[in-house]
Design a protein around this ligand. Structure first.
Ligand SMILES: [Zn+2]
Length: 250
């Protein structure tokens, strides 16, 4: 889960209509850029590129038994979510000491992304990471199907993650054939931005600091999170530059 910095609210006070925050959220924490062009917008939880239907997500639910209606227009309570993550998280109770969130914790370090499309807590004993996966359903089993030629057709978040893992591996092969070729490197960054799943690209290019730095810079809000060093290695705990409640747990 890509750590981000939302920074201070673009308006004074709360939003009357929270959907008005969407453009600023996409720009600051949910955009993929290449050569100054916005190429995709991403869910804050599953990291998928979402072309339409990416919603302003309330970290603390706006309604339900654990709802915080007074936070419905509060900038600090916003992320972006796809329909899958939204419908899994629903109006579940959020206790910041017990869960990781990408705006306040180094959520990249908290999870290991695997070749089979799954992800798991980086530390198997990390209960907060386990509960964060339960909240968002990101560890759900794949429902992949195959076409007549046996090729994978992704139909859920895990399968899509696996597809992008394969794409990133192909890109790594291209990179390795000529690590000095700037055209290849530019194309790889464009592929990453269009395909999404930041953490997958970071995992596959784990030994290539130069490319990891380019991914960190291409996905908005990531560098600003302060969660990556100059060699793109993760910094923990997250510096939590906006001083968000119970941030920097990892
Ligand atoms: Zn999602």
């Amino acid at each position: 889960m890509r750590p981000v910095r939302r920074n201070s609210s673009p308006i004074a006070g709360d939003y009357n209509d929270y959907t008005d925050a969407r453009t600023d959220l996409v720009s600051r924490i949910g955009s993929g850029w290449s050569d100054g062009n916005h190429l995709a917008s991403y869910c804050s939880y599953c990291e998928r590129p979402i072309s339409t239907g990416l919603a302003v997500e309330h970290i603390e639910p706006k309604k339900g038994p654990h709802g915080k209606p007074h936070l419905i227009g509060r900038w600090e309570n916003f992320l972006l979510a796809c329909t899958n993550c939204n419908s899994t998280k629903k109006d579940k109770k959020v206790i910041f000491t017990d869960l990781y969130f990408p705006d306040r914790d180094n959520t990249f370090s908290a999870f290991d992304y695997l070749k089979d499309g799954n992800l798991q807590p980086a530390d198997p004993g990390d209960q907060i990471a386990t509960d964060t996966l339960k909240l968002t359903g990101l560890h759900k089993e794949r429902r992949q199907t195959h076409d007549e030629q046996g090729r994978l057709i992704a139909e859920d978040r895990s399968s899509q993650r696996m597809e992008v893992w394969k794409l990133a591996e192909i890109c790594l092969q291209d990179f390795n054939t000529d690590p000095t070729n700037s055209t290849v490197k530019n194309l790889i960054v464009r592929n990453a931005v269009i395909a999404g799943f930041f953490s997958v690209w970071m995992a596959v290019f784990d030994h290539v600091s130069e490319m990891k730095n380019r991914f960190v810079d291409a996905f908005s809000g990531t560098r600003d999170s302060g969660c990556f060093a100059v060699d793109a290695s993760p910094i923990t705990p997250a510096p939590n530059p906006d001083g968000l409640q119970d941030g920097g747990k990892v």
